[in-house]
Design a protein around this ligand. Structure first.
Ligand code: SF4
Ligand code: SF4
Length: 290
């Protein structure tokens, strides 16, 4: 059995990438299993997905704690978190946009990296959140033999719209050809970082759980959800024509007009990037949180 953990941010196509890997394995005559895990289920938040591939039916229903391969599709995701439990004899596939982690090369047998943000810009154009998932699948194909490139190309059309298929095929190809592969024969046993503990004994049946709190509107005001954000919208006042479009389309209702200037309440802006995408003047850009 080969186990892959994928990490990225909402909007990067992580769950789609996991589906493509699993479907390609099925196309190759293997038995896959795919599990997505959504955090706060919003653009920009951490998304994980897990894929198992075997030559026998996969009956295991446990989380993947010691993967053979970890794929990190966003450079801002900490390696010490995503890399927990990765076998030293395994494969690390990394979007190294701007922050190559040299230490990781010493810790795993196979290290594969690609600047997926740059490829995303070239293939899909400027986006609030780079579409890195399928590019990273291309890099994965360089590093492992558990799925074949022909199978990925064969199934890709099931997961992207017809008008986006050509770009996605190009993204896959660029991820494959630009990936840099290194191997480290010294890495053999153990893990890149210690695996997370999982103990069923820690889980109580629901009858034994304490009653939960009641959330009133005041509680939600206290919960500054803006602290979850990984990118923040920045309005360029010189470009803004105060058309007001960003105000009604913000799903959090945190944009308003003040003295003919658009203002964002960063305490509650979740950094989804919808305002930046919809602004007709390209007056809003998404910048990394410091
Ligand atoms: S959508 Fe763009 S141009 Fe219109 S008000 Fe918002 S920032 Fe200004
Ligand atoms: S202002 Fe609203 S639409 Fe823009 S990033 Fe924040 S939450 Fe999203």
């Amino acid at each position: 059995m080969f186990e892959i953990s994928l990490f990225g941010r909402g909007g990067q196509g992580i769950v789609t990438a996991a589906s493509v890997i699993a479907d390609a394995a099925l196309h190759d005559g293997r038995y896959p299993q795919k599990m997505p895990v959504y955090g706060a289920a919003r653009r920009g938040d951490t998304v994980k997905a897990f894929v198992r591939v075997d030559t026998e039916p996969v009956l295991l229903r446990a989380p993947i704690l010691t993967p053979d391969c970890v794929m990190i599709c966003d450079a801002s995701i900490p390696l010490h978190d995503a890399g927990r439990g990765l076998r030293a004899s395994g494969v690390l596939v990394l979007n190294d946009a701007g922050i190559p982690d040299v230490a990781a090369r010493a810790g795993v047998r196979t290290f594969c990296c690609v600047d997926a943000n740059a490829v995303s810009r070239e293939v899909f154009g400027p986006l609030p959140i780079p579409l890195t998932g399928i590019i990273m699948v291309g890099a994965l194909l360089r590093a492992v033999s558990v799925i074949g490139e022909a199978s990925v190309r064969a199934v890709l059309g099931r997961y992207v719209s017809r008008d986006m298929l050509e770009k996605n095929l190009r993204a896959l190809h660029e991820g494959f050809t630009r990936a840099r592969l290194e191997s480290n024969e010294k890495a053999e046993s153990g893990y890149l970082f210690a695996p997370a503990a999982w103990d069923d004994a820690d889980l109580l049946p629901y009858q034994e759980l304490s009653p939960g709190p009641v959330f009133t509107p005041e509680t939600l005001v206290d919960l500054k959800t803006g602290s979850w954000r990984s990118k923040r919208p920045r309005i360029d006042a010189a470009r803004c024509r105060a058309c007001g479009r960003c105000r009604p389309i913000c799903p959090e209702g945190v944009v308003w007009e003040d003295n003919e200037e658009m203002v964002i309440d960063y305490d509650y802006c979740k950094g989804c990037g919808i305002c930046a995408r919809e602004c007709p003047c390209e007056a809003i850009s998404m910048v990394e949180e410091q």
